[in-house]
Design a protein around this ligand. Structure first.
Ligand SMILES: Nc1ncnc2c1ncn2[C@@H]1O[C@H](COP(=O)(O)OP(=O)(O)OP(=O)(O)O)[C@@H](O)[C@H]1O
Length: 276
């Protein structure tokens, strides 16, 4: 983030400035979802969803439990391919190309990474966790891997805490550090989009703030899509927020607009705690 924007964002995070005062102009569309229907067997979990994900922005998905947020997130890198009896209709594009027809799934997941709710480091060293993806892509040179590991851990704001113990197990880190290790692991294959499914719900408040700050820094380079149940978090970190209900996208708007003046009464009801 440019310095002025970063300072403005920090002031906004501290409540000194309304969010719309620091919003940057809309960026290019990176992923586009059109007329998406998703069925688990007979149950329709997503209904005619249309949404654009823009580069270098954080898009948050909010809504009551079971409304389809994680299902849509998982569609964006075809995680639902593994789910038995799951059927997807409609179209999702990444840079204009159909993710189901124009990409093989490995290439897609290299470009669209995922961070899960519970930190899930592999049972191996910190170094090997981060080097895992690049090695899978065929990178063998030790010096190249060293560079990628350091750069990824720096980007995930973890390098200073682990640089002297890269051979130690990733499982020996704290929960917040493990989540940042998982972010470093995702960044190591140089994705363009990072999907985060409730990335702080298993973390303490200090680690939560660290991950939120990290997300805001990563926005400089990546498109982030974050599923969250935490309304304050959505308002603190997002450029735009999408509200879902019973599988439908009810409203997608710039963050300040959605929280201050939602267009749909169902969004307003949810935000004021009238249901969900
Ligand atoms: N693997 C699955 N098989 C069958 N049904 C599923 C599966 N995953 C999700 N569902 C159903 O699809 C609907 C949407 O679920 P999803 O997990 O996407 O909602 P969500 O909004 O992310 O919920 P939460 O906030 O509780 O995580 C729910 O009715 C859920 O029961």
């Amino acid at each position: 983030m440019a310095l002025a924007a970063k300072e403005a964002h920090e002031r906004e995070m501290m409540g000194e400035m309304p969010q719309d005062a620091v919003r940057l102009p809309h960026h290019e569309v990176r992923m586009s979802v059109s007329h998406l229907d998703l069925f688990y067997g007979d149950h329709q979990a997503l209904k005619n969803v249309n949404i654009d994900i823009r580069e270098r922005e954080i898009t948050s998905f909010i809504g009551p439990s079971g409304c389809g947020k994680s299902t849509l997130l998982r569609c964006l890198n075809r995680m639902n391919d593994y789910v038995k009896d799951c059927r997807v209709e409609g179209k999702i594009t990444l840079d204009g190309r159909d993710i189901y027809h124009d990409y093989n799934v490995t290439r897609l997941r290299q470009r669209v990474g995922m961070v899960f709710q519970r930190p899930n480091p592999f049972p191996m060293s910190i170094y090997d966790n981060v080097a895992y993806g690049p090695r899978g892509l065929g990178i063998k040179s030790r010096s190249e891997l060293d560079g990628i590991v350091e750069e990824s851990l720096r980007s995930a704001a973890l390098w200073d805490e682990v640089k002297d113990k890269l051979k130690a197990s990733g499982l020996g880190l704290s929960g917040g550090q493990q989540q940042r290790l998982c972010i470093a692991r995702a960044l190591a294959v140089k994705p363009e989009v990072l999907l985060m499914d409730e990335p702080t719900s298993a973390l303490d408040p200090v680690s939560t703030v660290q991950i939120e700050q990290l997300a805001c820094e990563l926005r400089e380079q990546y498109s982030l899509v974050v599923v969250t149940h935490n309304m304050q978090q959505a308002s603190r970190i997002s450029d735009s927020v999408a509200f879902f209900l019973l599988g439908e996208l009810i409203e997608h708007a710039p963050t300040a607009e959605l929280f201050r003046a939602p267009r749909d009464s169902r969004t307003a009801d949810y935000l004021t705690g009238r249901f969900g």
